[in-house]
Design a protein around this ligand. Structure first.
Ligand code: ATP
Ligand code: MG
Length: 570
């Protein structure tokens, strides 16, 4: 697949060591961190994980595996008003589903609230932090801009004693929310705004899902994150590019506090995939507005959604490896992800015949009332999956698209006078058809079959140009099939034209429901969560929520061919 190998690293060369692994190799060579490799995945439990997070998970856990190191799962739970236990649980489920194991290293930033507090007092004692009474608006005003330096807070030169007293009283709950903060005392003239006396602690009378009401001051992310990394002996703190400008602050805290470990922060570009979005805030909005049915809606790029859609962890891990890591933001191609899914499912998925838009086909020379069982291969890619019996008979359903009254040029499927192969069955030739006199819609087609062509080959060497799928009209089952498509109609919905927002680009056909698809009878027992290939149509999965034995519901995971390439070519 030429288009895929070109995507490997953008240069057409086979994969090489990326810049993160280069740094790690160098560190090992130089004996930095005693040659250890210890990473972490640090989600904030304020939403469900999405495919972008999967990349970060694969990177952090993947690197730990490769270097025989360790990777921690750490919840960044420093913002009690936005975080929920539901998310803590779903995130763990998602990481496990992707195939990674944090063993006994499940941590929370809140595990370090005492340590963080003690370090804050240490900063005060060193004259490196002060309690500031500016409110949020004033603070913004004093901060300056990218081109202008900030102004020093009038509270910046409080004595150490006063700062310590006020900070302790903040902790004791003596001051109202928003009235005071603890700030690092760095440099209001720094060209890097993050270094302009950033806030370390704010007052919040909020119940925390783990520490309850013990605290009414909570640390800011930049302060908590580097110290949490240091506490856990993390060697390489891998994060996304928006934190690049925060790195000097990350290092400042650890240097000034002389923490026993000093991890190295390394930034890489976020994963973006065309025709979808990866922002928890926006995904949340889709759910809140009822545009999708929930976080696990198969149209969502959340891991819960794509799992229900039938994407496999193997395919996602492969995709993460192929897209690699970059220093610059790019938009990855959905076709690449779908390629990875097809590759994986092609090897694994049980085949079945399903007709989504049924048209009755009657074999006029097949004895009425008779039937037979034909043998079909379960997976041509894996002989170990064996064969199954498919009931054949006089009345079948075929796909409406597989018949044309007046065939266009290059159409080799059924039309009056043409012969095709029915998959795993016989040759049939179309002789006639019937139409609804009112609507003009074709309602039945009449064929004769060649009894000598059992199994799909003629006895006289006669060839046909097409093979079509079918089910037995009397012995098939009916099922709902949900056809999912891309979520947005444009590659980058966040880049909306004037007067529009990203939400205006939702694909109205993100879901088309086929209420009464006809399937081979054995599909009644389709196992929820298991992938099938419907021959010629695509990969489908029995829905893990709405499917039950006897009344299956299927989600389309991906079409068989690259329909994206076709769309782009139009
Ligand atoms: P979002 O912007 O979608 O709300 P976030 O960055 O706020 O995501 P966190 O819970 O803070 O979400 O992310 C946990 C980790 O996953 C972080 O290290 C973050 O950098 C990484 N991450 C988030 N989105 C992506 C992405 N699109 N590609 C790669 N890594 C990502
Ligand atoms: Mg975040």
């Amino acid at each position: 697949m030429a288009e895929v190998s070109e995507n490997m690293n953008g240069s057409g060369k086979p994969e090489s060591v990326d810049f993160i692994r280069e740094i790690i190799n160098e560190d090992i060579k130089n004996g930095k961190h005693e040659g250890r490799v210890h990473t972490r995945f640090p989600p904030e439990p304020n939403g469900y994980l999405h495919l972008g997070h999967a990349k970060s998970i694969c990177l952090n856990f993947g690197i730990a595996d490769e270097y025989k190191g360790q990777c921690n799962l750490r919840f960044d739970d420093t913002n009690p008003t936005k975080e929920e236990v539901e998310y803590v649980e779903s995130i763990q489920e998602d990481v496990k589903w992707l195939g990674f194991d944090w063993e006994d290293r499940l941590f929370f930033a809140s595990d370090y609230f005492d340590v963080l507090y003690d370090y804050a007092e240490k900063l005060i004692l060193m004259g490196k932090a002060f309690v500031c009474d500016l409110n949020a608006d004033q603070m913004r005003e004093y901060r300056g801009t990218l081109t202008e330096p900030g102004k020093e807070s009038p509270y910046r030169n409080r004595s150490i004693e006063e700062n310590l007293d006020l900070f302790r009283r903040m902790k004791a709950g003596e001051f109202p929310e928003g009235s005071r903060t603890l700030r690092a005392r760095i440099d209001m003239a720094s060209p890097n705004i993050n270094m302009r006396d950033p806030v370390i602690y704010r007052i919040m009378f909020a119940h925390h899902h783990r520490t309850g009401d013990k605290w009414c001051i909570y640390p800011m992310y930049d302060y908590a994150h580097c110290i949490s990394d240091a506490q856990e002996g993390i060697t390489h703190s891998i994060c996304t590019l928006e934190f690049e400008d925060h790195r000097p602050l990350y290092d400042w805290f650890l240097d000034v506090l002389e923490t026993p470990h000093h991890p190295q922060q390394i930034e890489f570009a976020k994963l973006n995939v065309a025709y979808t979005i990866f922002s928890k805030r926006r995904l949340n909005e889709l759910v809140k507005r009822g545009i999708t049915s929930g976080w696990d809606d198969p149209a969502m790029p959340s891991l819960a959604g794509i799992r229900r859609r039938g994407y496999t962890p193997e395919a996602i891990r492969k995709f993460a490896t192929i897209v690699g890591v970059a220093k610059r933001d790019t938009l990855s191609d959905m076709a690449l992800l779908e390629y990875c899914i097809r590759e994986d499912l092609n090897k694994k998925a049980q085949r079945a015949m399903a007709v989504l838009k049924p048209l009755k086909l009657i074999i006029t020379n097949y004895p009425d009332g008779e039937s037979e069982e034909l043998e079909a291969v379960n997976n041509p890619e894996d002989p170990a999956m064996g064969t199954r019996k498919v009931p054949f008979g006089r009345e079948l359903y075929i796909e409406r698209d597989d018949f044309m009254e007046n065939p266009v040029k290059g159409y080799f499927r059924l039309f009056p006078g043409n012969e095709v192969r029915l998959r795993w069955a016989y040759f049939v030739k179309c002789n006639d058809f019937r139409k609804d006199p009112v609507t003009g819609e074709v309602t039945e087609i009449y064929c004769t079959y060649d009894p000598e062509s059992k199994g799909g080959n003629s006895s006289d060497g006669r060839k046909v140009k097409s093979t079509i799928h079918w089910v037995n009209a009397g012995k098939c089952i009916s099922a709902e099939v949900r056809l999912y498509d891309r979520l947005f109609t444009v590659p980058d919905p966040a880049d909306a034209e004037e007067g529009k927002t990203w939400i205006d680009y939702i694909n109205p056909h993100v879901l088309d429901i086929v209420k009464d698809a006809k399937l081979e009878p054995f599909m009644a027992g389709a196992v929820p969560g298991i992938n099938y290939q419907f021959e010629r149509l695509g990969y489908f999965v029995a829905d893990s929520k709405d499917s039950a034995p006897g009344s299956p519901v299927f989600n389309r995971t991906v079409t068989l061919k690259d329909s994206w390439a076709k769309l782009a070519a139009k």
